[in-house]
Design a protein around this ligand. Structure first.
Ligand SMILES: Cc1ncc(COP(=O)(O)O)c(C=O)c1O
Length: 396
């Protein structure tokens, strides 16, 4: 069977693959500790569910405009002004089926073959593949844990070329949980200022914060707002991963082009989901802060537990719900006579022998690390730590 050439560069999502393996094991009755998922374990707030029920009962079940219902786009504008100090008009907003579709539409609308997008590693696995799907080239800029996983401006400068069409910023980031400091954002802004490219900010984890301050690039460089593309979703903040509700705001001609992509692919995001998203955006902030508070406590407990294990080191993430643990201290030790040499192998041993699903760092551009989500109960995290301890003990 002949398939499209551009698919040859695409890898299946390792997180989804690992999750389905873990789920298959669990379905067979195996007691698996799943730390691989990128989703909240909380339920969607009741007021959000109610808005969806009301929408169904009221027969709000038909096509809407592709870019979304006006009241939702207005609510997005209010949110962006309130939380991010950004002023957009509803014409500059496109409602999408999750943050993923917003990013995908962006790539399809902007990138031609040969174009380049700068991505800071460690990165969310889908960024490079979405760029590939548009026929363009992801250019990976490594960052260092010692720098809080923030990119070195000189490294960005070296990676920029006349073909660079966009740079993606993700703070708090997946998989690092890193929140960029003012100085880091300033460094990025200064190096990008003379270069005519879009600045995409993926703010999906902005509400899951364990530090006092989280700034966006627009806070340090308001002059760059005309080429800013803000991507967000209700998935993580409101525990709405399955609802597939996201949005993007940016320059009017770009949003129009992205809408065209959506017009000819999926049309509007679910009408019912839009009503739910509206309720979420207009809803009380305390449900979100309560979830963030619980993640905060879990983070402290889980990361301390990881750091107590010989050979594992974990930086305290300032946001999101991932612990990115440095496992290089385990490399070179042997499991059943075979030396451990990489994160893929370690994740396999963890799942097959210790029944812990943790994602290898390699597909995130973070070889030497494994990513574990603490968006799960403390009891599960505790069990995970016990099993990780058993792995460490079993290595010789
Ligand atoms: C950094 C980042 N951006 C975007 C997304 C996509 O989110 P959604 O489920 O809203 O499509 C994810 C999901 O894991 C993510 O981690």
């Amino acid at each position: 069977m002949k398939l499209a050439r551009r698919l040859q560069a695409i890898k299946p999502s390792p997180t989804l693959a690992l999750n389905s393996r873990a789920k298959a094991l669990a379905a067979q009755g195996v007691d698996v500790v799943v730390l691989a998922a990128g989703e909240p374990d909380f339920d969607t707030p009741d007021y959000v569910k109610q808005a969806a029920v009301d929408a169904i009962r009221a027969g709000f079940t038909k096509y809407t405009a592709t870019n979304g219902i006006p009241e939702l786009r207005e609510a997005v504008c209010r949110k962006l002004e309130r939380d991010n100090g950004l002023r957009f008009t509803p014409e500059q907003v496109l409602v999408t089926s999750g943050g993923k579709q917003a990013l995908y539409n962006f790539c399809q609308a902007v990138l031609d073959e040969g174009d380049e997008v700068l991505i800071f590693a460690p990165y969310w696995v889908s960024y490079p593949d979405m760029v590939h799907l548009a026929g363009a080239t992801p250019v990976i800029v490594p960052t260092r844990e010692e720098d809080g996983f923030a990119p070195d401006p000189d490294a960005i400068r070296r990676a920029l070329t006349p073909r660079t069409r966009a740079v993606i910023i993700n703070s708090p980031g997946n998989p690092t949980g890193a929140v960029y400091s003012r100085a880091a954002l300033q460094g990025i802004a200064d190096v990008l200022r003379p270069h005519d490219c879009f600045i995409v900010t993926d703010d999906i984890y902005e509400k899951l914060l364990y530090t006092d301050e989280r700034l966006g690039i627009s806070d340090v460089a308001p002059d760059l707002v005309p080429r800013l593309v803000v991507i967000n979703a209700l998935s993580k903040s409101h525990a709405m991963t399955g609802w597939r509700m996201g949005y993007v705001a940016g320059p009017r001609p770009l949003i129009a082009a992205m809408q065209l992509v959506q017009d000819q692919s999926t049309s509007n995001a679910s009408s019912i989901g839009q009503k739910a998203a509206l309720a979420a955006l207009n809803g009380p902030p305390d449900t979100v802060t309560a979830m963030a508070k619980e993640y905060h406590a879990r983070r402290d407990f889980f990361v301390a537990g990881l750091n107590a294990l010989d050979g594992i080191k974990c930086r305290l993430p300032e946001g999101a719900f991932y612990a990115l643990a440095d496992v290089r201290g385990l490399y070179g030790r042997s499991f059943k006579g075979k030396p451990v040499t990489g994160s893929m192998q370690l994740s396999e041993i963890l799942l097959d022998e210790f029944r812990v699903a943790a994602v290898p760092g390699d597909p995130f551009g973070a070889e030497g690390y494994i990513r574990m989500s603490f968006a799960t109960s403390r009891a599960v995290l505790e069990k995970g730590l016990v099993r990780l301890g058993e792995l460490v003990k079993a290595l010789t």
